[in-house]
Structure formats: C-alpha cells, structure tokens
Design a protein around this ligand. Structure first.
Ligand code: FES
Ligand code: FES
Length: 164
C-alpha cells in the first residue's frame, strides 16, 4: 500500500491505495468518476484519456502512484469549461457520436488538439485522432465536429454553434 496525494478536478485528495492500482481504477472505482471509460486496458483505444498536469494520458496504463503530487482532470472536470462546451455542442451538431462510449476520451483529445493548434487540415486531424478509436461513427462526424469547433474557437468571444 502507498499513500498518495493529488488533485482531481481541482479537489485535493489524499488516500491509501494498492501499489498496482491504475489511475483509471482509482478514478472509476474509488472516486466514482465513471466518465473515464475502459475498453482495451492496453493503452490502445484512448477511451480512458484524462489530463495529467494538462497533458493527455492513458489512465488505464498509468499507475495511480505515479501521478502523486500531480493534477488530474477527467471529463467531469470540464463541466464549466468554455472550450469544452463549444466542442460538445459541435459533436452533437455534426453527429460526432453514436453510442458515446469513445466520446469522453475523444472530447479531451480534441480539446487538446485545438489548444495545441493541430487541426489545420483534415489529414492532420485524422492523424492526431488516430490514438482514439471509435467503433460506431466511421470518424467522419468526429472530424467534421473537430473542424467546426476549431473554427469557432479561433474567434472571441465564443460564438453560438451552428452548422447551418
Ligand atoms: S482503455 Fe485505456 S487505452 Fe483503451
Ligand atoms: S460513438 Fe460509439 S464508439 Fe464512438
């Protein structure tokens, strides 16, 4: 067992955990943050993507002890985030989701891509999204949603979403 302290969605957390516990299991099982999804648990599909100190990581292959002292942001932590609000609306408007299983990881990845200005062309978007797998959409709606969100987020103040 190890004692760790970290911030999760701006809340301080100090807890005792098994040394082998993954960050995904800590979030889902101990903190009930089930918006972080688990599929492959091998670091392949991106469903479990969260931010650690502002960088996207695979929480299924990250030991919780390794993020002690760091800041973790899950999809629940973006509830009041202005950029994420626009991205969510664009996913809805452009049919960027069907079952929604991949969506939390997709949204976090797309927000990171937009912040890093990696959405300049369709091929760049597809390349940047290649670490997040979707079984339903065929990706076209996700790419369109990303292009739409990227275009909208270049302007200030944040505009109302419409594809029409
Ligand atoms: S569940 Fe973590 S990458 Fe697939
Ligand atoms: S919307 Fe179903 S896996 Fe992506």
């Amino acid at each position: 067992m190890s004692s760790i302290s970290l911030q999760v969605n701006d809340q301080n957390l100090q807890t005792e955990i098994d040394d082998r516990m993954t960050l995904a299991d800590l979030l889902r099982n101990n903190l009930n943050l089930t918006g972080t999804h688990l599929a492959c648990e091998l670091g392949v599909c991106g469903a479990c993507t969260v931010l650690v100190n502002g960088e996207p990581i695979r929480s299924c292959i990250t030991l919780a002890t390794s993020v002690s002292g760091m800041s973790v942001q899950t999809i629940e932590g973006f509830e009041d985030d202005d950029k994420m609000k626009v991205i969510r609306e664009c996913f809805s408007e452009a049919h960027g989701l069907q079952c929604g299983f991949c969506t939390p990881g997709m949204l976090i990845t797309v927000r990171d891509m937009i912040v890093r200005q990696k959405c300049n062309t369709e091929s760049q978007i597809r390349n940047e999204l290649s670490g997040n797998l979707c079984r339903c959409t065929g990706y076209s709606g996700i790419v369109k949603a990303t292009q739409l969100a990227n275009a909208l987020l270049q302007t200030e103040p944040l505009p109302k979403v419409s594809t029409r």
